[in-house]
Design a protein around this ligand. Structure first.
Ligand SMILES: [Zn+2]
Length: 44
């Protein structure tokens, strides 16, 4: 998931990062947000 670096509005997940603009502020810089998901390692 990507968020606008200026207003932190999330982008739609299917948005291409090329040529897309934030609907909220028109920003074109985004950062990738790591979902708060713990990696589950199954070690048997
Ligand atoms: Zn924005």
């Amino acid at each position: 998931m990507f968020r606008c670096i200026r207003c932190h509005e999330p982008l739609p997940s299917d948005a291409s990062l090329f040529g897309v603009r934030c609907d909220n502020c028109g920003g074109k810089v985004f950062y990738k947000e790591h979902p708060n998901v713990k990696k589950v390692l199954k070690a048997r």
